[in-house]
Design a protein around this ligand. Structure first.
Ligand SMILES: [Mg+2]
Length: 227
């Protein structure tokens, strides 16, 4: 067997990505609750992406306050809670395993391979992770907002390997290509494969890899790569 471990990305890989329209709609709803101009809020929200991903903005509330402070708007506790709830519920709603994902993970385990997760995500995700049906099938989950480092930084891949007790060369890395994650995986000598899901419509994706390497369309296809 060539691999001893499969490492997955989360959004756009094990669960769906949000679409651009849907994302803007949620941010507009948050802006409305906060009484700020949606366009301004959306601009600042997207501008704080990096700080959100590496946990410099530690929770939804501090992210929102960082923005409203910049905009010179004072918000009450209830507004803050309601806007945070919209974000949390949105994230929760996104974390539904893709068709065939749970079954494929079970089969990967049955074949004796370890499974890791490396996700560039904000604070809501680790809080919601434990109750997610994916989490019990994954040996080690590494979240950028917890580690303080995001893809494609080599450290996040190496942290996952260390905790999984595997070498990067033994890992198949599966991701939809945001955050230049496939390039990052290749850099540490993992074997990356792009998942290009034909079900996706106008996905919201940041720093997309241009990738000409191995490609699959669904999670169950991973099983063919680890034969
Ligand atoms: Mg992704």
């Amino acid at each position: 067997m060539k691999y001893s471990c499969v490492i997955f990305d989360l959004f756009g890989t094990l669960v769906d990505n949000t679409s651009r329209d849907e994302y803007n709609l949620i941010l507009t709803r948050m802006a409305d609750v906060l009484g700020v101009v949606p366009k301004d809020f959306i601009g600042h929200w997207k501008g704080t992406f990096y700080d959100r991903m590496v946990g410099a903005l530690q929770d939804t509330g501090s992210n929102i306050l960082n923005i409203t402070d910049h905009l010179g708007v004072e918000v009450g506790e209830e507004q803050l809670e309601e806007a945070s709830r919209i974000r949390r519920d949105f994230t929760d709603g996104m974390m539904v395993p893709k068709p065939g994902a749970l079954e494929a993970l079970r089969e990967i385990r049955k074949r004796g391979l370890k499974i890791g997760l490396i996700s560039d995500c904000s604070s809501e995700v680790p809080l919601l992770w434990e109750k997610n049906p994916l989490s019990s099938l994954i040996d080690v989950s590494v979240f950028s907002c917890v580690e303080g480092v995001k893809k494609p930084d080599a450290r996040i891949y190496l942290t996952a390997c260390e905790r999984l007790e595997v070498q990067p060369e033994e890992c198949l890395y599966v991701g939809d290509g945001s955050s230049h994650e496939l390039t990052g995986a290749l850099y540490v000598y993992m074997d990356p494969v792009l998942i290009r899901d034909p079900r996706e419509k106008d996905p919201y994706r940041i720093d997309r890899d241009s990738w000409e390497g191995k490609e699959i369309q669904s999670i169950p296809e991973v099983l063919e790569l680890i034969l």
